[in-house]
Design a protein. Structure first.
Length: 277
């Protein structure tokens, strides 16, 4: 491109220059870390359950015998510690920051684990937020981690671009809900991943349906599913659906997400184990 300034850090074009230079933007891990696979969990808009999917996937893979971790890159809206019932703070030394462990041993790092008051708002500009995400990768001592799930903020802005360029992302999971408008926005996230040459490993449709506890009838409150259409259009290998379930919400609110034993995300977990394990 004639107008290219060769600053790939501020550009999402998929060109030859990017192919040649992508590795040069990767930020090294802490010398004491060992992370094998990094999976981004993204959504085109907020409120579709991205943090829920991140938490459930980490818990499922941990139950399957893998060592998992969560890097909470949603710096201005962190919810991962609350979901896991974590109230203690992260500590550090000259060697780096030590992540906090969940009840089942999932390693977690979030800005809320560094703030004195978890309700204190993080009012930072984009470059500072992006730098924080890099520090979570480089300065935190991640132990032998088989799968790290990065909970991204919604959209296609600074943080997703920083993660895609700075971390060795092996693939992404896209989270959506049944509304047609959301499906359109999700396509933006899928196309961004394509621009960055990062494979989309699966699509998860949250709030897909509601089963009446009295009569057993299934209702699609937010409309008919579009997840299969999106997956077929972009050649995404795996789809999964999560219903509206009061038990899920209750366990999230109480910090007991690891106790959710539903099989909703098993197809995604199978794909991760098959393609990356």
């Amino acid at each position: 491109m004639s107008e290219c300034n060769h600053d790939c850090s501020s550009c999402s074009e998929n060109c030859a220059s990017r192919e040649q230079s992508r590795e040069s933007f990767l930020v090294p891990q802490n010398e004491l870390s060992n992370v094998k696979n990094v999976i981004g969990v993204v959504s085109g808009k907020g409120g579709v359950g991205k943090s829920l999917v991140t938490s459930l996937l980490a818990a499922i893979m941990q139950r399957r015998g893998y060592k998992t971790a969560i890097l909470d890159a949603d710096v201005t809206g962190p919810s991962i510690p609350k979901t896991f019932g974590i109230t203690e703070k992260a500590e550090g030394s000259d060697m780096g920051i030590v992540p906090v462990f969940s009840k089942t041993g999932i390693e977690i790092m979030s800005v809320n684990l560094l703030l004195e008051d978890e309700t204190e708002p993080v009012v930072w500009r984009g470059p500072v937020i992006a730098g924080t995400v890099k520090q979570f990768w480089q300065d935190v001592i991640w132990n032998d981690v088989d799968y790290m799930f990065v909970d991204m903020p919604p959209g296609t802005g600074d943080v997703p671009l920083t993660v895609f360029q700075s971390l060795p992302v092996a693939g992404i999971i896209v989270v959506t809900s049944p509304q047609e408008l959301v499906g359109m926005i999700v396509e933006k996230a899928v196309k961004m991943a394509g621009m960055m040459d990062i494979p989309v490993l699966g699509v998860v449709e949250n709030m897909a349906s509601f089963k009446c506890p009295d009569c057993g009838k299934v209702h699609r409150i937010f409309g008919e599913s579009h997840v299969e259409e999106i997956a077929e259009k972009y050649g995404i290998p795996t789809t999964a659906s999560i219903p509206i379930d009061a038990e899920i919400a209750e366990k999230c609110d109480e910090g007991r997400i690891e106790e959710c034993k539903g099989d909703w995300l098993d197809p995604i977990a199978d794909t991760l184990a098959e393609k990356l394990g």
